[in-house]
Design a protein around this ligand. Sequence first.
Ligand SMILES: Cc1cc2nc3c(=O)[nH]c(=O)nc-3n(C[C@H](O)[C@H](O)[C@H](O)COP(=O)(O)O)c2cc1C
Length: 373
Amino acid sequence: MSSSFGTALRVSVFGQSHGAAVGALVEGLPAGFAPDLDALRAFVARRSPGRFPWDTRRQETDAPRIVSGLNAHGATCGAPLCILVENADTRSADYGNLRFVPRPGHADYPAWMKWKGENDIFGGGHFSARVMAPLTAAGGIALQILEKAGIRIAAHLLEVDGIADAPFTVRDSSPAGLAALAAEMDALADGREFPVIDDDAGERMKERILAAQAELDSVGGICECVATGLPVGAGSPLFDSLESQLARVLFGIPAVKGIEFGAGFDAARMRGSAHNDPYEIRGGAVMTKTDNAGGILGGLSTGMPLRLALAFKPISSIGREQDSVDLVALEPAKLTVHGRHDVCAAVRAVPIVEAACALVLLDALLQDGMIEV
Ligand SMILES: Cc1cc2nc3c(=O)[nH]c(=O)nc-3n(C[C@H](O)[C@H](O)[C@H](O)COP(=O)(O)O)c2cc1C
């Protein structure tokens, strides 16, 4: 079992949804970086529930507490950095009926089999997106380190229940295209409450989520993420390719079922003449006119914007009666899920995606000695 990742930057997450706390341990952070803790708290709060009427009603402040890894001046000191996020509002009684009757679509059944019924079901245990709160905090620090080095990361909701936002301007990497992308990233960084580029699309997404909630149902969505300012050549060929490093961690975000880089699955429907990104010299630097590669070739960064998109499945814990089984009696059972659940994971996942990408990219740059703090 592995709740850890990374090579030069090693990240482990721990805790369960209804335990005392969830946390992250980060080893390998460069020494001498003083994180802006107010900015970090604001970043982590974007993942917290309670901002939208369809979020879980669970009330958590998610204030990250850094218990080791900083010196007296508040800078990273080389020791492992430990972040704790306390679980304050647990209501375990809501999960009583799940003890022997697994939720369709959740981890309950395979976890029961794997751990012989000893798995912690309360709030989803270690499978819960609560574990993403300290990961978001750790990634928030990585984001600040990257930003200081001129590397920016931003994500938004590309789609919710079939309603599409304007995509990032990534396929066109002409000077005008790059300027448009920078403006889109600026707008999202400007504290936009609902993370979309096109506010009208955002309103329609909200209506769809509320409609699903009223029908005791849930919806899926797609998050699109870009990173700009990366140097050329970060990553590795083959199995430690930048795509592999990112995918390994991003698939660890609960409810992620698919990932694409650059033109992604569209690439399969293109001709080489349309998919290849032609080179040109701009201001003495090698650039490409388009970016179907999504900033990665041969597992290495090209220096052009890195683009990926993640498919999130609909939340499995829905209020409708569903068919399940009693795992002890081995008989059919009807299940109605109680408790406080989100309706759309993709919305609260946006900062988690940014944080996870930041940790992986910082690790890749540290592995290659390509970043100074
Ligand atoms: C931000 C976020 C919030 C989530 N909230 C819930 C929730 O309230 N209820 C639920 O059943 N699943 C929720 N999930 C998804 C489950 O954690 C996930 O589906 C489950 O652990 C099984 O893992 P899998 O979907 O990756 O197979 C959430 C996921 C994310 C990313």
